[in-house]
Design a protein around this ligand. Structure first.
Ligand SMILES: Nc1ncnc2c1ncn2[C@@H]1O[C@H](COP(=O)(O)OP(=O)(O)O)[C@@H](O)[C@H]1O
Ligand SMILES: [Mg+2]
Length: 486
């Protein structure tokens, strides 16, 4: 397309090494344009001229940067352009894409930021002096997105969207200030059954793979070597296992298979009788069972947000009031410090389980954040990874069940304790999405509620995907041998 060629030529001049544009005196943005060298897949993605372009690859290859440069140059080149930066939720844009946008693409002191300074969290749009607007929006609040038409839409972490979201956005493209209409996007690979991957396979959307070698921050092309930053980042990613490793490190679209949580007794199991310091906050999780077991986990949390299972109940036919009285006994006898929170599921609200427990224990319950199960699972998976300090972020004290094994469960050959459940908690090979087999999952559910609560309330592993663009924590681990020369 000739017109997009114009933009690209213009951008190339500015991006190309050494070529400094001659600033026009009347140009208020002169001297403020971003300068980046783009390489490999990232450069190909930046230049791609299909109607739908998806940059895919592991976290940290430079996908977001490339798409944001396209956003910038479209707004900069075509006066009156309307560009949308979208993600599943508005909130999730703030600490990811918009950081790269404000810090790296615009840069501190950019006239667009200083003319109307507004907090990133509440920013609705960025006004260019030529009348172009870059608007931010989440599909959780679609009104703003749908009430307008766009010349270019950039969708971050596009696999979070449903096909309907995607098609709706595509339907809001107009032929206006920019001589082409386009949706550009980026994502980490997920399951090959994902609609977006299928759309690419069908040729409707152009899939552009990217690798860490495309990011000069991580890989020095001149000498053909990883930079120290790159070694550290890869070391961190390299500690992952299974499908997550293939997806995040190698950028492969592979189905999740096998166990969901990489539990390894040698790494995660603490000796029987292990006790957490009393001053560490306790968070309890409950998954109510009707015919299934009721599971209660008592978790201690250290100052870095690591979770330690120190006591558990795993029992069928356990009335909520009976459990409540038992819990009251722990606290009154001093066996357990009072919990900061007791997080439980809400499936049984109408059965009155919560009220019965609260009445009997004198403790109050918090309903679990069950909204995004996939994210909760990802957060828990990340806790099992051995981190740069050589430790995982979750531990289980051996034999911490508070009672004798439940005979019904043992006789039926079913898990009778949390760690027994972990090793059988597997991905459903027949499912089209990443979905664990929904049986014997009561401890896993309870653990997930607690992990979410801890992530949101006690710091440590913050919510969301810890392998996103944040690599600010500088780990000291050396690059694992398996990754050298990768
Ligand atoms: N070509 C480049 N030159 C300089 N810095 C880059 C380049 N590509 C990426 N970066 C930086 O590396 C970090 C990760 O890039 P990002 O675009 O967020 O990766 P991704 O979206 O693939 O996870 C960001 O801070 C970004 O500014
Ligand atoms: Mg990104």
């Amino acid at each position: 397309m000739a017109s997009s060629g114009r933009l690209i030529r213009h951008a190339r001049r500015l991006l190309g090494s050494g070529a400094t544009p001659i600033p026009l005196r009347s140009d208020p943005l002169a001297g403020h344009d971003p300068h980046f060298d783009l390489f490999g897949g990232v450069a190909a993605g930046f230049n791609a001229s299909a109607d739908e372009v998806l940059l895919a690859g592991p976290a940290g290859t430079g996908k977001t940067l490339a798409n944001l440069l396209r956003v910038y140059w479209t707004a900069r080149t075509y006066p009156g352009a309307r560009v949308l930066i979208a993600r599943k939720t508005r909130e999730s844009l703030t600490e990811s894409v918009l950081v790269t946008w404000e810090r790296d693409v615009l840069g501190p002191g950019h006239p667009i930021l200083t003319t109307r300074p507004i907090l990133r969290r509440v920013r609705q749009s960025y006004a260019f002096p030529n009348g172009s607007a870059v608007v931010v929006g989440g599909l959780d609040k679609p009104d703003k997105i749908l009430s307008s038409e766009w010349d270019l839409v950039y969708v971050a972490e596009a696999t979070e969207l449903g096909l309907v979201d995607w098609e709706t956005l595509g339907g809001r493209l107009r032929s206006g200030a920019v001589p082409y209409q386009r949706v550009v996007a980026d994502c980490n690979p997920t399951t090959p059954h994902h609609w977006l991957y299928k759309r690419c396979r069908a040729g409707v959307c152009a899939l552009v793979p990217t690798t860490h070698q495309d990011n000069p921050r991580f890989y020095d092309r001149a000498v053909g070597r990883w930079t120290p930053d790159g070694e550290r980042y890869l070391a961190r990613l390299g500690l992952m296992t299974g499908a997550r490793r293939d997806r995040f490190l190698k950028g492969l679209w592979v189905a999740a298979e096998g166990v969901v949580y990489a539990y390894d007794a040698a790494v995660h199991l603490l000796p029987a009788g292990w006790e957490a310091p009393r001053e560490w906050p306790r968070v309890w999780g409950i998954d109510w069972g009707k015919t299934a077991p009721t599971v209660l986990g008592v978790w201690a949390v250290d100052s870095e947000g690591r979770m330690y299972l120190v006591r558990e109940v795993y029992q069928t036919r356990l009335r909520p009031d009976v459990l409540g009285r038992r819990a009251k006994g722990w606290v009154e006898s001093g066996a357990e410090p009072p919990p900061r929170a007791i997080v439980c599921d809400h499936d049984t609200l109408r059965l009155g389980f919560q009220e019965q427990f609260e009445a009997a224990s004198g403790l109050s319950l918090t309903l679990a954040d069950k909204a995004d199960r996939d994210k909760g699972i990802e957060e828990c998976q990340a806790r099992f990874d051995v981190q740069d300090d050589g430790k995982p972020r979750i531990f289980f004290a051996d034999g911490c069940r508070d009672h004798e094994a439940d005979r019904t469960l043992v006789d039926a050959g079913r898990p009778a304790a949390g760690v027994e459940e972990l090793v059988g908690y597997v991905w459903d090979a027949d499912s089209l999405r990443d979905e664990p087999v929904a049986e014997n999952d009561h401890f896993c559910d309870e653990m997930r509620y607690v992990a979410r609560w801890v992530g949101q309330n006690l710091g440590g592993l913050a919510g969301g995907n810890p392998y996103g663009a944040d690599y600010s924590a500088a780990p000291d681990a050396r690059l694992p041998a398996a990754l050298r020369g990768w």
